[in-house]
Design a protein around this ligand. Structure first.
Ligand code: NAP
Ligand code: MG
Length: 448
């Protein structure tokens, strides 16, 4: 059995059977059986079914947001926004189904055509930090391209995916097309990666597990897309709007209690503005409203588990510039924490995945770029400056998949998202998201 907890109260909110290899194989078999009919559905009709799912997500938005908020411990306001994005993702891919197609290529002696073929059964493995969102980023394009899926949510947060599976059926997506297998990574996840009938794994999680997925997928030459960890830079130049940058910076790392792959957890500040910026940053961080996730005003909830809290705590031993308050009583709380550090300290090298940020000074643009890139990761990042040319130089120079200038946003429904370096490969969202869920077939027809 799997006991599902509310991390804000430590209370059990569900007891579920824990599926094993047999159940995983059954899900893959169901997906395989459903594939021929699903790929044959006319694109416009597949789009209509996805749109119906998007509408059902909207209609059940409050219910889904409550589930997500209670299971992950995330503030209800944020959970609502996330569910809103899930609906938008399905709307986007509903509209994309009949716009993703092949081409004709001029060649001698005949006609050359390309087709976008679905892969077949795809295994989707997602983490606990944004369970429904990240599931939708994979489900949307996978279904749009005509694949059938076995989706494995994280063991800690299975509830929203299970509900989404029901809504998919209610939307009229045929049985067997979407299969939710809510079990352990070491059992269900590993079986999906090894299963000979699974053509591709879409994985989001840690770099460590991603590496293992890639190794095991090699046995069957499975396609993989990997969305992994991050240690992103928030680079603040002295000429930036310091008030605006400092007001935004805490949300770029403490959102979702820092359990965000895009967390800009290395805050680099030009030396001449360092003291002033740190002062503003501490003030802004002090203002973050930490508490009951069900409260409308709450901005940050607890961490996901007691074990994760131990890991996060192990990072904080240096020069603490600020440590916030947390509620009394049960819940896996951890305070917002700012640490003055260098880029060589452990806190700046490894992904903390908690509300802990390293603040690091730099001398000039050259050093800022060198420090931003001095990391094995490359997922997101921000540049704050009023110098447009410098913003562009930095944006081109940072080895990272997603960057923003004078903003901390990373994720939009219509734009590509994914990593450089050990943050993974493959792109999700936008039209780029379709690439990873179809294979290009080339057919030459002789006219001679
Ligand atoms: P994780 O431990 O790597 O787990 C991710 C998923 O993989 C879970 O569903 C997990 O199952 C499963 N899994 C575990 N072992 C497996 C195995 N041997 N074979 C196949 N699947 C296996 O990551 P997490 O702790 O849930 O999430 C945090 C990490 O995700 C962070 O590193 C974060 O940066 C990353 N992340 C990246 C992105 C991105 O888009 N780049 C987005 C969000 C999060 P169980 O948990 O059920 O065991
Ligand atoms: Mg884990």
């Amino acid at each position: 059995m799997i006991t599902v907890l509310n991390p804000a109260t430590e209370e059990a909110i569900a007891e579920l059977p824990s599926p094993g290899v047999e159940e995983t194989d059954a899900a893959v078999a169901a997906a395989k059986a459903a594939f021929p009919a699903w790929r044959a559905v006319a694109p416009g009709d597949r789009g209509r079914l996805l749109r119906r799912l998007a509408t059902l997500v909207e209609e059940h938005g409050e219910e889904l947001a409550r589930i997500e908020s209670r299971n992950v411990g995330k503030p209800i306001s944020g959970a609502r926004a996330e569910v809103g994005m899930v609906a938008e993702v399905f709307h986007f891919y509903a509209g994309a189904v009949d716009k993703h197609h092949g081409e004709t290529i001029p060649v001698a002696g005949g006609v050359d055509l390309t087709f976008r073929e679905p892969l077949g059964v795809v295994g989707l493995i997602v983490p606990w930090n944004f369970p429904l969102n990240i599931a939708s980023w994979k489900l949307g394009p996978a279904l749009a391209c005509g694949n059938t899926v076995a989706l494995k949510p994280a063991e800690l947060t299975p509830l929203s995916a299970l509900r989404l599976g029901e809504l998919a059926l209610e939307a009229g997506i045929p049985e067997g097309v979407v299969n939710i297998v809510a079990g352990k990574g070491s059992v269900v996840g590993q079986r999906l990666v090894e299963h000979p009938d699974v053509a591709k794994i879409g994985f989001t999680g840690s770099t460590e597990v991603g590496r293992r997925v890639m190794e095991r997928a090699a046995a069957t030459i499975k396609r993989v897309t990997l969305e992994l960890g991050g240690k992103s830079a928030n680079v603040v130049f002295a000429d930036a709007d310091l008030e605006k940058a400092a007001a935004a910076a805490p949300y770029a790392v403490f959102d979702n209690a820092g359990q965000d792959c895009c967390a800009r957890s290395r805050i680099f500040v030009e030396r001449s503005a360092y003291d002033r910026f740190l002062e503003l940053l501490v003030e802004a961080t002090r203002g973050i409203n930490v508490g009951d996730p069900q409260d409308e005003a709450t901005e940050m909830g607890p961490l996901i588990s007691a074990a994760h809290r131990e890991t996060v705590a192990s990072f904080v031993d240096g020069n603490v510039a600020f440590r916030g308050d947390v509620p009394d009583g049960p819940g896996f709380w951890f305070p917002c924490t700012l640490v003055e550090a260098t880029n060589d300290d452990r806190i700046a090298r490894e992904e903390v995945f908690g509300p802990v940020a390293a603040v690091i000074p730099f001398e000039d643009e050259e050093e800022a770029l060198q420090l931003a890139n001095d990391t094995p990761y490359g997922l997101s990042g921000s540049i704050w400056t009023r110098d447009g040319a410098r913003a562009l130089r930095m944006a081109r120079g940072i080895d990272s998949g997603v960057l923003s200038v004078n903003s901390n946003s990373s994720v939009r429904v219509s734009t590509p998202f994914g990593g450089f370096k050990q943050s993974g490969f493959g792109r999700e969202l936008g039209l780029h998201g379709l690439e990873g869920y179809s294979e290009v077939k080339n057919v030459f027809i002789s006219t001679e």
